[in-house]
Design a protein around this ligand. Structure first.
Ligand SMILES: Cc1cc2nc3c(=O)[nH]c(=O)nc-3n(C[C@H](O)[C@H](O)[C@H](O)COP(=O)(O)OP(=O)(O)OC[C@H]3O[C@@H](n4cnc5c(N)ncnc54)[C@H](O)[C@@H]3O)c2cc1C
Length: 357
């Protein structure tokens, strides 16, 4: 039996542990949290992540507890739609439900250790090491810092993300993102009501951010925005809200070094503007498991790096670019005019194609 040590039992680590062949590997998951988290908001699961969840065997369960996000609009701060979308195949899963289902999919043969890992076993960076070490320990990965070097530590972005859930059903006409001057706001459905999120530049934190006072700051900041936003924020409470600064990882030249490999945010933490970080983490996990289950280790790692690095780094760059447009300050009036024109063109094209059918 070959040994695989997965550091981090979050989305990526649990999905990998669930998919590795138990007849071939002795798998250990080392996770610093003693229990699954009880607070969390919602993650958009795009089609590629849904396929990964199907491979893990939990797609139907995820769909059962997660509403579809099939329509919505990109709007200005007042709520006027620029571009509408429908027929999207996205579901909004609660992070807590997702972790619970992934955890239950991990076979009993996987050994679990509750411990914070600060450095990885020496020799992990050498191809001759006996054990494969998988860094699935998120944006501040100890595996990445130990094996790839301290210069690969996470980078703090200037942005704050505040998110929450309001226990009233979402108004379908309000679903979407609202882009203002230097800020964005989002409204979506979740099983227990309405999900909201806000983003803007902030000097708060990076640690110890007080959620109650941040929520007041958010209410003040968005007081002049559209009524849908004010209505959602009126029902928001600190107990059902989270506030955090956004970090990114630097782009790495390889996700593999010797006998160590990175998956998920440890490899490519990105800004949340495209809602893809967890999706790509799931795809990393099922891709790596599929390769390790069927090919010799060195070939599996090479192929994993080739198939996942460019895609995820491209996604990370695209996410930052969308974030800069969404949170534009000086360029906001120009952005708004361009989006209004794009929206009118899209609407005209839809009418023309409808009438020619
Ligand atoms: C505001 C916001 C909104 C987002 N929205 C979306 C979205 O809609 N859709 C989407 O796809 N993605 C979204 N994401 C991104 C998503 O949250 C991450 O990409 C995802 O959580 C990465 O999963 P992971 O398992 O790689 O890392 P994590 O979820 O961070 O898990 C890492 C695990 O490792 C453990 N750990 C860490 N360090 C150690 C250590 N030293 N020793 C032992 N254990 C350790 C942690 O306790 C944790 O359990 C969002 C992110 C943010 C910040």
């Amino acid at each position: 039996m070959e040994s695989i040590s997965i550091i981090g039992g979050g989305i990526a680590g649990l999905a990998l542990a669930a998919c590795l062949d138990p007849d071939r590997f002795e798998v250990t998951v080392t996770e610093k949290r003693p229990e699954l988290p009880v607070v969390g908001t919602v993650l958009a699961m795009w089609p590629n992540a849904q396929r990964a969840l199907e491979t893990v065997g939990i797609l139907d369960d995820v769909r059962r507890c997660s509403p579809a996000i099939s329509s919505g609009a990109l709007r200005d701060a007042a709520g006027t739609p620029w571009v509408s979308f429908d027929d999207e195949n996205v579901v909004g899963v609660s992070r807590i439900d997702l972790l619970r289902l992934l955890d239950a999919a991990v076979p009993d043969s996987v050994r679990r250790i509750t411990k914070r890992v600060d450095t990885v076993p020496s020799g992990a960076e050498l191809p001759s090491g006996p054990e494969l070490v998988v860094g699935a320990d998120g944006v501040h990965s100890a595996v990445r810092r130990s094996v790839w070097g301290p210069h690969t530590g996470a980078r703090l972005t200037p942005y704050l993300a505040v998110r929450g859930v309001v226990p009233v059903p979402v108004n379908p006409d309000h679903v979407g993102e609202y882009w203002g001057r230097g800020d964005l706001f989002g409204i979506g459905p979740i099983a227990t009501g309405t999900l909201w999120f806000a983003g803007y530049r902030s000097g708060l934190g990076p640690t110890g951010i007080d959620v109650a006072s941040t929520l007041e700051e958010v209410r003040l900041r968005f007081a002049g925005h559209g009524p849908a936003i004010r209505q959602v924020l009126a029902g928001a409470t600190p107990e059902l809200s989270l506030a955090q600064r956004i970090w990114r990882t630097p782009l790495l030249r390889s996700y593999v070094r010797g006998n160590a490999v990175l998956i998920g945010d440890a490899a490519h933490a990105m800004t949340p503007n495209l809602g893809r970080g967890a999706c790509e983490s799931l795809v990393d996990a099922v891709t790596l498991a599929g390769l390790l289950n069927t090919r010799p280790r060195a070939e599996a790692l090479r192929t994993y790096d080739r198939s996942r690095r460019l895609r995820t780094q491209g996604m990370s760059l695209a996410s930052s670019a969308v974030g800069r447009v969404a949170l534009a300050e000086a360029a906001q009036p120009l952005r708004d005019r361009l989006l209004a024109v794009a929206g009118r063109r899209k609407a005209r094209a839809a009418v023309v194609s409808g009438s020619s059918r």
